[in-house]
Design a protein around this ligand. Structure first.
Ligand SMILES: Nc1ncnc2c1ncn2[C@@H]1O[C@H](COP(=O)(O)OP(=O)(O)OP(=O)(O)O)[C@@H](O)[C@H]1O
Ligand SMILES: [Mg+2]
Length: 516
């Protein structure tokens, strides 16, 4: 309960006022009283604001308790109103409660007053709590709808961009280094990369993008991205990287952590159009119970911290309150989509961490990301695949994919490298193809995960008996809990997130065939 309570007491008789004050003092709360003796004083006190509770006598020389109640209900409906009356009248009490009074206390029974005040204040708190929960629920529902909408569009978009990008790569390859058309090809490639990065944010934020968490060192990511970050910022921004010396490990998807870092740095850059300082630092911290209890959703423990500070414009509390809302932006149309921080928030939550912000208008901004520390050795990062154009083969492969344009593209890419390619549009279809196939044995299956009639996982179960030694390469643009988790790395199974480029497909296929 708020303390001290500011009580407005409408009462003309000083003796009664003293008695009532004494009755309130028996309660277990602190309070201060503003007294009013007539309509003008009553209104003036309410208009000044800050009143938590109204006590009102029933009869006054120039004003009366029912008129006071009417005014209070019409203009300050949330302030509890208790009539304290000297006259015993059942009808009066009924009228008062019917007109919206919170309680009705007789001056002869003032021991009831303090408990009635406490009850009234608790009801106010409960109402506020319910209102808060309702807003939270509406927010959550809003997020869910936006997420569904976004992921529906983004998934189709992803497929289209993938096709544009891949054919563009094939065209660039085919043109050769001397072609005057090469520049056009690169322009298309760049534009489709920008489109792909936008859809990636949408998919991440709606939790429909494949996640591949590994044990990693945050400083390594900083080092890897250093060059790219410097390219992002203008010359008038002075950037310094301050990595912690003994860095703890975290478990996260390195691509996603890079995305978080990039989004924070781009925001910092945008906040300093006239230049300034940008500090990116890492550190190790231990958060104790005291910290955790004052930060909802934070568990005590050891964390690795990434902080990004700028000396830019800072933010008002209104902006801070809406920061992580998807599509919330203060930037002009075409400049910001408002997805940057919403994406960061989703990524950080997925890895069990949290993000906080410190900012004042005119005093810059610091974002701090806490990732839970993991005590495990680093997962070795897979060596980046070189797009070796001589990675060819002649084996027979089966491609299972429901999207005709993606299927055709994969076939063209692989046939161009000498492979024999069989095609199927879903799991059932694939089993038919396998049954009726009479040519050279199938050496590898490349399959989508989600398909009509029979998905990739179920098909893989069947194939284990029909083609026991044949490795399976799953490709997918999504992950969801049940079906969509990338399969556990097992003998003869691999996962290639979509969209993939022709060269990653070629390399992955060759690598799997060579491992048999
Ligand atoms: N470092 C910062 N300094 C000042 N304001 C910031 C900072 N970072 C974020 N903001 C405010 O938060 C808003 C939301 O940021 P967010 O990254 O989600 O979207 P955006 O940058 O507007 O668009 P997008 O990232 O999608 O291009 C920004 O429009 C800006 O008002
Ligand atoms: Mg942004």
């Amino acid at each position: 309960m708020k303390s001290p309570l500011l009580i407005l007491h409408l009462e003309d008789d000083p003796n009664d006022a003293a008695l009532i004050q004494a009755a309130l003092e028996t309660g277990d709360f602190s309070f201060s009283i503003t007294r009013a003796q007539n309509r003008e004083e009553f209104l003036a006190a309410l208009e000044r604001g800050g009143i938590d509770l109204i006590l009102a006598d029933y009869r006054l020389p120039t004003f009366d308790g029912m008129a006071a109640l009417e005014i209070a209900r019409a203009n300050w409906p949330d302030i509890p109103f208790i009539h304290v009356s000297g006259t015993l009248g059942e009808q009066q009490a009924i009228d008062s409660l019917k007109s919206g009074a919170t309680d009705y206390i007789l001056k002869t029974r003032l021991t009831r007053l303090a408990p009635a005040v406490r009850r009234a204040m608790q009801a106010v708190e409960q109402r506020a709590e319910r209102a808060r929960l309702e807003t939270q629920l509406i927010e959550a529902q809003k997020m869910q709808v936006i997420g569904q909408l976004a992921s529906g569009v983004a998934h189709d978009f992803n497929n289209m961009i993938f096709i544009i990008m891949s054919y563009c790569d094939l065209i660039i390859d085919g043109l050769g280094p001397e072609s005057p058309l090469l520049d056009y090809g690169h322009e298309i490639r760049q534009a489709s990369e920008r489109a792909a990065s936008l859809t990636r944010q949408l998919l991440i934020f709606s939790r429909r993008q494949a996640v591949n968490p590994v044990v990693l060192d945050l400083n390594e990511i900083l080092k890897d991205l250093n060059k790219m970050l410097r390219r992002l910022i203008d010359e008038n921004v002075e950037m310094s990287l301050v990595p912690a010396a003994q860095m703890g490990h975290i478990k996260a998807d390195s691509g996603y952590v890079g995305q978080v870092l990039m989004n924070l740095v781009v925001n910092a850059r945008d906040a300093m159009p006239n230049g300034g300082k940008l500090d990116v630092a890492t550190s190790n911290v231990t958060l104790d119970h005291i910290y955790a209890s004052s930060h909802p959703g934070v568990l005590p423990g050891d964390y690795v911290v990434l902080s990004v500070s700028d000396t830019g414009a800072g933010m008002t509390s209104e902006v801070k309150a809406r920061l992580f809302e998807p599509f919330f932006t203060t930037k002009p149309r075409g400049k910001g989509t408002g997805l940057g921080l919403a994406t960061c928030h989703t990524i950080i939550q997925q890895s069990g961490g949290h993000i906080s912000v410190q900012s004042e208008p005119g005093h810059g901004t610091t974002f701090r990301v806490h990732f839970p520390l993991v005590r495990a050795p680093l997962d070795l990062a897979p060596a980046p695949l070189q797009a070796k154009s001589d990675r060819r083969g002649s084996e027979t492969l089966l491609i299972v994919e429901d999207e005709p344009s993606v299927r055709l593209l994969a076939r063209r890419v692989l046939e161009a490298r000498g492979y024999q390619v069989l095609m199927a549009s879903n799991g059932q279809d694939a089993l038919q193809v396998v049954r009726h196939h009479a040519g050279p044995p199938i050496r590898l299956v490349v399959t989508d995960v989600i398909m009509p009639l029979m998905g990739g996982k179920e098909m893989a179960e069947w194939l284990r008996t029909a083609l026991p030694q044949v490795p399976i390469l799953f490709t997918s643009g999504y992950t969801d809990d049940a079906v969509l988790q990338p399969p556990e790395p097992a003998q003869g199974i691999a996962f290639l997130p979509k969209p993939y480029t022709p060269s990653t497909l070629i390399n992955k296929v060759r690598e799997m065939l060579d491992a048999i």
